[in-house]
Ligand binder design. Sequence first.
Ligand code: GDP
Ligand code: MG
Length: 441
Amino acid sequence: DLGSSLRGTLDKLRGKSRISEEDVDEIVKEIQRSLLQADVDVSLVMELSDSIEERALEEEPPGGTSARDHVLRIVYEELVDLVGESTEIPLENQTILLAGLQGSGKTTTAAKMAWWFSKKGLRPAVIQTDTFRPGAYDQAKQMTERAEVAFYGDPDEDDPVKIARDGLEATEDADVHIVDTAGRHALEDDLINEIEDIESAVEPDRSLLVLDAAIGQGAKDQAREFDDSIGIDGVAITKLDGTAKGGGALTAVDETGSTIAFLGSGETVQDIERFEPDSFISRLLGMGDLKQLTERVERAMEETGLEEDEDWDPEDLMKGEFTLKDMRKQMEAMDNMGPLDQVMDMIPGMGGGLMDQLPDDAMDVTQERMRNFEVIMDSMTEEELENPRSIGASQVRRIAKGSGKSEDTIRELLDQHKMMSQTMKQFQGMGDGDMQRMMKQ
Ligand code: GDP
Ligand code: MG
């Protein structure tokens, strides 16, 4: 696939101290091919190529950085620049308006987002203002029931603005109001007028444009229209579980000067994740492990003191003692990145079914357990977090009292930690040879 040929090209640069024009050319061509196939707009691809080419040939690699790592860093930075950062979604009271054409996935995304907010401890409500599509009310009602979040709609009312107003009032208790709107097959004046009226009635804190991953370059006109009428602050891409990679949405991002907020990848309310540049880039390039790429880059930056933030790196798991702090970071990372087996897939040499060999519950950290664990860890001392094996019965009692959780739950946390740390030890103990043998199996 494209990803592996890109990796192959990059690997050819290993050991070179200077990078030639041909090398850069080859890398840029591979990236172009992947991005175009992922529906990224030609002019965006050309812009990116130009910047990579220019920087790779003009910028001097910082002292101690190999030509290859230097190029990797530039490629990575430019790709992050292309896809943008994640839209900021504060965990606080707010009203979010969803816009988009019919079938783009607004109603589904409204319920998914509500589910997402509820898992973050907020009380969301979905307000359904689609009076155009028969069945919209029932669909939203059912999905919000599944998400176990508040819902307002009125199948007998045909004024969407009135429904929006009544809905905000009826769901006063909620922290986050998600207002779902109607869409038509095409952009029509009355649709635009309607959403403008709803916008002025609800005064949203942010308006998100919902786009089907398969949108391609049709995204441009839509984005323009919606941005002109209500102002688009972010994009939600749906149906990423299909074959489309969602590159067309970048056109909308570019057109509106916004960023991507959420990704949807299925029909159930849990199939939502926050947009993260890293994993989206991996998807666009068809590379399973961009992490491998970026880790090298980070290492190169570290060596040259260029590293800016101390984001947790999954590879840290492979070194040293696995503390409760590591476990917490890992749980947070899982919340952002997806299940640990996917995280492990990103670590060089760790993918490919290795996880299947672990006990089933070794990595089972459900949302519910995670929240409990977080509360418990807040009641622990620094010393206990660093050295959980030192926690005895009397400390368990104290932590239980402090956190309001049962002693059993605290022991469960300690067991979970023990199990994970044993698993990590197992990996650490493996020599390269062992690892290769396992991978071959
Ligand atoms: P709306 O008209 O914009 O409100 O779109 P809907 O939310 O009704 O979604 C249209 C169709 O797309 C429905 O059949 C949804 O189940 C489906 N859908 C929405 N999001 C996703 C997704 O992320 N993955 C898949 N496979 N289907 C989705
Ligand atoms: Mg709908």
